[in-house]
Design a binder for this molecule. Structure first.
Ligand code: ACO
Length: 279
Protein backbone atom coordinates (compact mmCIF):
# COMPACT_ATOMS: atom_id res chain seq x y z
CA UNK A 1 0.00 0.00 0.00
CA UNK A 2 1.52 3.33 -1.09
CA UNK A 3 0.22 6.41 0.68
CA UNK A 4 1.50 9.96 0.25
CA UNK A 5 3.50 10.06 3.47
CA UNK A 6 3.84 6.38 4.48
CA UNK A 7 4.69 3.04 3.01
CA UNK A 8 2.90 -0.04 4.29
CA UNK A 9 4.47 -3.42 3.62
CA UNK A 10 2.64 -6.62 4.41
CA UNK A 11 4.40 -9.94 4.71
CA UNK A 12 1.87 -11.80 6.83
CA UNK A 13 1.93 -12.28 9.75
CA UNK A 14 4.00 -9.03 9.88
CA UNK A 15 3.10 -5.56 8.63
CA UNK A 16 5.49 -2.62 8.59
CA UNK A 17 4.54 1.05 8.42
CA UNK A 18 7.38 3.40 7.47
CA UNK A 19 7.05 7.16 7.99
CA UNK A 20 8.14 8.50 4.63
CA UNK A 21 9.03 12.20 4.67
CA UNK A 22 12.79 11.75 5.03
CA UNK A 23 13.60 15.27 3.81
CA UNK A 24 11.57 16.58 6.79
CA UNK A 25 12.98 14.02 9.26
CA UNK A 26 9.56 12.30 9.01
CA UNK A 27 7.78 15.14 10.80
CA UNK A 28 4.07 14.30 11.02
CA UNK A 29 2.05 16.65 8.84
CA UNK A 30 -1.77 16.62 8.49
CA UNK A 31 -1.57 14.27 5.50
CA UNK A 32 0.47 11.80 7.58
CA UNK A 33 -2.19 11.79 10.28
CA UNK A 34 -4.86 11.02 7.66
CA UNK A 35 -2.61 8.37 6.07
CA UNK A 36 -1.99 6.70 9.44
CA UNK A 37 -5.73 6.32 10.00
CA UNK A 38 -6.13 4.87 6.49
CA UNK A 39 -3.27 2.42 7.09
CA UNK A 40 -4.58 1.33 10.50
CA UNK A 41 -8.09 0.85 9.00
CA UNK A 42 -6.64 -1.53 6.41
CA UNK A 43 -4.41 -3.46 8.81
CA UNK A 44 -7.09 -3.81 11.50
CA UNK A 45 -9.22 -5.85 9.09
CA UNK A 46 -6.46 -8.37 8.25
CA UNK A 47 -6.88 -11.51 10.32
CA UNK A 48 -3.64 -12.99 8.98
CA UNK A 49 -1.52 -10.37 10.79
CA UNK A 50 0.00 -10.57 14.26
CA UNK A 51 2.65 -7.85 14.42
CA UNK A 52 2.88 -4.24 13.28
CA UNK A 53 6.35 -2.66 13.14
CA UNK A 54 6.55 1.14 12.86
CA UNK A 55 9.75 2.80 11.68
CA UNK A 56 11.07 5.82 9.79
CA UNK A 57 12.77 6.18 6.42
CA UNK A 58 16.17 7.84 6.09
CA UNK A 59 17.99 8.95 9.22
CA UNK A 60 15.01 9.69 11.48
CA UNK A 61 12.14 7.86 13.16
CA UNK A 62 10.08 11.04 13.42
CA UNK A 63 10.84 14.64 14.41
CA UNK A 64 7.32 14.83 15.87
CA UNK A 65 4.54 17.13 14.76
CA UNK A 66 5.26 19.17 11.67
CA UNK A 67 5.57 22.47 13.51
CA UNK A 68 4.72 24.49 10.43
CA UNK A 69 1.89 22.46 8.88
CA UNK A 70 0.23 21.30 12.12
CA UNK A 71 0.65 24.38 14.33
CA UNK A 72 1.92 27.50 12.56
CA UNK A 73 -0.23 27.42 9.43
CA UNK A 74 -3.50 26.18 11.03
CA UNK A 75 -3.15 28.89 13.71
CA UNK A 76 -5.12 31.23 11.43
CA UNK A 77 -7.59 28.53 10.38
CA UNK A 78 -9.59 27.01 13.26
CA UNK A 79 -11.25 24.36 11.05
CA UNK A 80 -7.91 23.15 9.72
CA UNK A 81 -6.48 22.99 13.24
CA UNK A 82 -9.52 21.02 14.45
CA UNK A 83 -9.34 18.49 11.59
CA UNK A 84 -5.58 17.99 11.91
CA UNK A 85 -5.75 17.60 15.66
CA UNK A 86 -8.67 15.17 15.44
CA UNK A 87 -6.86 12.91 12.96
CA UNK A 88 -3.69 12.91 15.11
CA UNK A 89 -5.45 12.22 18.38
CA UNK A 90 -7.50 9.50 16.73
CA UNK A 91 -4.57 7.41 15.50
CA UNK A 92 -2.52 7.87 18.68
CA UNK A 93 -5.40 6.38 20.68
CA UNK A 94 -5.98 3.62 18.13
CA UNK A 95 -2.31 2.68 18.21
CA UNK A 96 -2.38 2.14 21.96
CA UNK A 97 -5.37 -0.23 21.67
CA UNK A 98 -4.43 -1.79 18.32
CA UNK A 99 -5.28 -5.50 18.03
CA UNK A 100 -1.83 -6.42 16.66
CA UNK A 101 1.36 -6.44 18.73
CA UNK A 102 3.00 -3.09 17.91
CA UNK A 103 6.77 -2.59 17.85
CA UNK A 104 8.55 0.74 17.36
CA UNK A 105 11.82 0.39 15.47
CA UNK A 106 13.45 3.68 16.35
CA UNK A 107 16.25 5.21 14.32
CA UNK A 108 17.81 8.70 14.29
CA UNK A 109 15.53 11.31 15.87
CA UNK A 110 12.37 10.76 17.94
CA UNK A 111 10.99 14.07 19.19
CA UNK A 112 7.56 14.93 20.59
CA UNK A 113 5.10 12.80 18.58
CA UNK A 114 7.95 10.41 17.68
CA UNK A 115 8.72 9.96 21.39
CA UNK A 116 5.00 9.46 22.03
CA UNK A 117 4.60 6.78 19.35
CA UNK A 118 7.53 4.89 20.88
CA UNK A 119 5.74 5.02 24.23
CA UNK A 120 2.37 3.98 22.80
CA UNK A 121 3.71 0.90 21.02
CA UNK A 122 3.69 -2.32 23.04
CA UNK A 123 7.40 -2.91 22.49
CA UNK A 124 10.29 -0.85 21.17
CA UNK A 125 13.85 -1.28 19.99
CA UNK A 126 16.10 1.74 19.42
CA UNK A 127 19.50 2.33 17.93
CA UNK A 128 21.91 3.26 20.73
CA UNK A 129 22.59 6.65 19.15
CA UNK A 130 18.95 7.70 18.76
CA UNK A 131 18.16 11.18 20.07
CA UNK A 132 14.83 11.14 21.92
CA UNK A 133 13.41 14.42 23.19
CA UNK A 134 10.30 16.10 24.50
CA UNK A 135 11.11 19.40 22.86
CA UNK A 136 7.68 20.93 23.57
CA UNK A 137 9.01 22.94 26.55
CA UNK A 138 11.71 24.37 24.26
CA UNK A 139 9.06 26.14 22.20
CA UNK A 140 6.77 27.05 25.05
CA UNK A 141 4.21 24.26 25.45
CA UNK A 142 4.12 20.96 27.33
CA UNK A 143 3.81 17.43 25.89
CA UNK A 144 0.15 16.98 24.94
CA UNK A 145 -2.12 14.76 22.84
CA UNK A 146 -1.15 11.80 25.01
CA UNK A 147 2.60 12.54 25.03
CA UNK A 148 2.76 13.23 28.79
CA UNK A 149 0.70 10.07 29.36
CA UNK A 150 3.07 8.05 27.17
CA UNK A 151 6.07 9.32 29.16
CA UNK A 152 4.56 8.74 32.59
CA UNK A 153 3.45 5.23 31.60
CA UNK A 154 6.90 4.21 30.40
CA UNK A 155 9.45 6.03 32.54
CA UNK A 156 10.04 6.53 36.27
CA UNK A 157 8.74 9.82 37.75
CA UNK A 158 12.03 11.68 38.17
CA UNK A 159 13.20 10.86 34.65
CA UNK A 160 9.77 11.63 33.15
CA UNK A 161 9.62 15.04 34.82
CA UNK A 162 13.25 15.80 33.97
CA UNK A 163 12.70 15.31 30.25
CA UNK A 164 9.27 17.02 30.30
CA UNK A 165 10.63 20.07 32.14
CA UNK A 166 14.03 20.48 30.50
CA UNK A 167 13.52 19.34 26.90
CA UNK A 168 16.93 17.64 27.22
CA UNK A 169 17.59 14.78 24.80
CA UNK A 170 18.30 11.20 25.80
CA UNK A 171 19.98 8.50 23.79
CA UNK A 172 18.61 5.11 22.80
CA UNK A 173 20.89 3.58 25.43
CA UNK A 174 19.43 5.82 28.15
CA UNK A 175 15.90 5.13 26.87
CA UNK A 176 16.56 1.40 27.41
CA UNK A 177 17.84 2.08 30.96
CA UNK A 178 14.67 4.01 31.84
CA UNK A 179 12.26 1.55 30.23
CA UNK A 180 11.06 3.64 27.28
CA UNK A 181 12.39 0.94 24.94
CA UNK A 182 13.03 -2.74 25.55
CA UNK A 183 16.44 -2.75 24.00
CA UNK A 184 19.07 -0.47 22.47
CA UNK A 185 21.43 -1.89 19.87
CA UNK A 186 24.12 -0.54 17.53
CA UNK A 187 22.39 1.19 14.58
CA UNK A 188 23.57 -1.43 12.09
CA UNK A 189 21.89 -4.17 14.19
CA UNK A 190 18.52 -2.45 14.56
CA UNK A 191 16.63 -4.31 11.84
CA UNK A 192 18.01 -7.68 12.92
CA UNK A 193 17.05 -7.02 16.55
CA UNK A 194 13.48 -6.18 15.53
CA UNK A 195 13.32 -9.22 13.24
CA UNK A 196 14.39 -11.40 16.19
CA UNK A 197 11.68 -9.85 18.39
CA UNK A 198 9.07 -10.39 15.67
CA UNK A 199 10.17 -14.01 15.31
CA UNK A 200 9.49 -14.62 19.00
CA UNK A 201 5.93 -13.36 18.61
CA UNK A 202 4.68 -14.70 15.28
CA UNK A 203 4.78 -18.33 16.43
CA UNK A 204 2.16 -17.59 19.10
CA UNK A 205 -1.60 -18.01 18.80
CA UNK A 206 -3.06 -14.73 17.44
CA UNK A 207 -6.13 -14.86 19.69
CA UNK A 208 -3.90 -15.31 22.73
CA UNK A 209 -1.72 -12.37 21.71
CA UNK A 210 -4.73 -10.10 21.31
CA UNK A 211 -6.33 -11.14 24.60
CA UNK A 212 -3.02 -10.93 26.48
CA UNK A 213 -2.83 -7.26 25.43
CA UNK A 214 -6.44 -6.66 26.42
CA UNK A 215 -5.93 -8.22 29.86
CA UNK A 216 -2.76 -6.17 30.43
CA UNK A 217 -4.37 -2.88 29.39
CA UNK A 218 -7.68 -3.38 31.21
CA UNK A 219 -6.32 -4.73 34.49
CA UNK A 220 -3.81 -1.91 35.08
CA UNK A 221 -6.70 0.21 36.38
CA UNK A 222 -8.44 -2.55 38.41
CA UNK A 223 -8.02 -3.84 41.93
CA UNK A 224 -6.94 -7.48 42.29
CA UNK A 225 -10.39 -9.10 42.75
CA UNK A 226 -11.76 -7.32 39.66
CA UNK A 227 -8.60 -8.09 37.69
CA UNK A 228 -8.97 -11.79 38.49
CA UNK A 229 -12.65 -11.74 37.53
CA UNK A 230 -11.73 -10.07 34.26
CA UNK A 231 -8.83 -12.37 33.38
CA UNK A 232 -10.90 -15.47 34.17
CA UNK A 233 -13.61 -14.28 31.80
CA UNK A 234 -10.99 -13.61 29.13
CA UNK A 235 -9.54 -17.08 29.67
CA UNK A 236 -12.95 -18.56 28.87
CA UNK A 237 -13.16 -16.27 25.84
CA UNK A 238 -9.73 -17.47 24.73
CA UNK A 239 -10.66 -21.13 25.12
CA UNK A 240 -13.85 -20.60 23.12
CA UNK A 241 -12.26 -18.53 20.32
CA UNK A 242 -9.25 -20.80 19.90
CA UNK A 243 -11.03 -24.16 20.14
CA UNK A 244 -9.21 -24.84 23.43
CA UNK A 245 -5.92 -24.95 21.53
CA UNK A 246 -3.88 -24.46 24.71
CA UNK A 247 -5.29 -27.76 26.07
CA UNK A 248 -5.87 -29.83 22.94
CA UNK A 249 -2.64 -28.93 21.13
CA UNK A 250 -0.13 -27.26 23.46
CA UNK A 251 -0.60 -29.26 26.63
CA UNK A 252 -1.04 -32.49 24.64
CA UNK A 253 2.42 -31.85 23.18
CA UNK A 254 3.72 -31.29 26.71
CA UNK A 255 2.12 -34.58 27.78
CA UNK A 256 4.19 -36.29 25.07
CA UNK A 257 7.23 -34.28 26.28
CA UNK A 258 7.71 -32.91 22.76
CA UNK A 259 8.43 -29.39 24.08
CA UNK A 260 9.30 -27.61 27.32
CA UNK A 261 6.94 -24.64 27.80
CA UNK A 262 9.45 -22.91 30.08
CA UNK A 263 11.90 -22.46 27.25
CA UNK A 264 10.01 -23.00 23.98
CA UNK A 265 6.67 -22.53 22.22
CA UNK A 266 4.49 -25.44 21.13
CA UNK A 267 4.18 -26.27 17.45
CA UNK A 268 1.20 -24.54 15.89
CA UNK A 269 1.41 -25.93 12.36
CA UNK A 270 -1.62 -28.17 12.82
CA UNK A 271 -3.47 -25.51 14.79
CA UNK A 272 -2.97 -22.54 12.48
CA UNK A 273 -5.99 -23.17 10.25
CA UNK A 274 -8.34 -23.69 13.16
CA UNK A 275 -7.31 -20.46 14.86
CA UNK A 276 -7.60 -18.47 11.61
CA UNK A 277 -11.20 -19.66 11.37
CA UNK A 278 -12.09 -18.51 14.84
CA UNK A 279 -9.70 -15.54 15.45
N1 ACO B 1 8.41 20.18 11.78
C1 ACO B 1 8.63 20.70 10.56
N2 ACO B 1 9.79 20.56 9.88
C2 ACO B 1 10.75 19.85 10.49
C3 ACO B 1 10.60 19.29 11.76
C4 ACO B 1 9.36 19.48 12.41
N3 ACO B 1 9.09 18.91 13.60
N4 ACO B 1 11.74 18.66 12.10
C5 ACO B 1 12.58 18.82 11.07
N5 ACO B 1 11.99 19.54 10.09
C6 ACO B 1 12.56 19.95 8.81
C7 ACO B 1 13.57 21.08 8.97
O1 ACO B 1 12.92 22.32 9.14
C8 ACO B 1 14.31 20.98 7.66
O2 ACO B 1 13.49 21.45 6.64
P1 ACO B 1 14.10 22.39 5.46
O3 ACO B 1 15.06 21.49 4.73
O4 ACO B 1 12.91 22.78 4.66
O5 ACO B 1 14.80 23.53 6.14
C9 ACO B 1 14.40 19.45 7.48
O6 ACO B 1 13.34 18.89 8.26
C10 ACO B 1 15.71 18.85 7.96
O7 ACO B 1 15.90 19.26 9.32
P2 ACO B 1 17.24 19.98 9.84
O8 ACO B 1 16.89 20.81 11.01
O9 ACO B 1 17.96 20.63 8.72
O10 ACO B 1 18.07 18.67 10.32
P3 ACO B 1 19.12 18.58 11.51
O11 ACO B 1 19.69 17.20 11.40
O12 ACO B 1 20.05 19.75 11.50
O13 ACO B 1 18.23 18.66 12.86
C11 ACO B 1 16.35 18.10 14.26
C12 ACO B 1 17.26 17.66 13.10
C13 ACO B 1 17.21 18.17 15.55
C14 ACO B 1 15.30 17.01 14.39
C15 ACO B 1 15.75 19.48 13.97
O14 ACO B 1 15.19 19.47 12.66
C16 ACO B 1 14.65 19.86 14.93
O15 ACO B 1 14.94 20.36 16.01
N6 ACO B 1 13.38 19.61 14.55
C17 ACO B 1 12.26 19.91 15.41
C18 ACO B 1 12.04 18.77 16.41
C19 ACO B 1 10.86 19.12 17.29
O16 ACO B 1 10.98 19.93 18.18
N7 ACO B 1 9.70 18.53 16.99
C20 ACO B 1 8.45 18.89 17.63
C21 ACO B 1 8.18 17.94 18.74
S1 ACO B 1 6.81 18.47 19.70
C22 ACO B 1 5.48 17.67 19.10
O17 ACO B 1 5.60 16.71 18.37
C23 ACO B 1 4.13 18.14 19.54
Amino acid sequence: MELETLTVEIEAPRATITFNRPDKKNAMNPQMHLDMNTALDALEERRDLKVLVITGSGNSFSAGMDLEECFLQPFEDADLFYRTNLAALKWFQRLKAFPLVTIAQVNGYAFGGGFEVTGLCDLAVAAEDVKFGLSEINFGIFPAGGATWAVTHNMPRKQALYYILTGATLTGTEAAQYGLVNQAVPAEELEAAVDAMVARIVNKNPVTLRLAKEVYEATTTMDLPRAIDYDQAKLWELSRLSDNEWITVALKQFEKRSFRPGIATYSRTEADDASKRSA
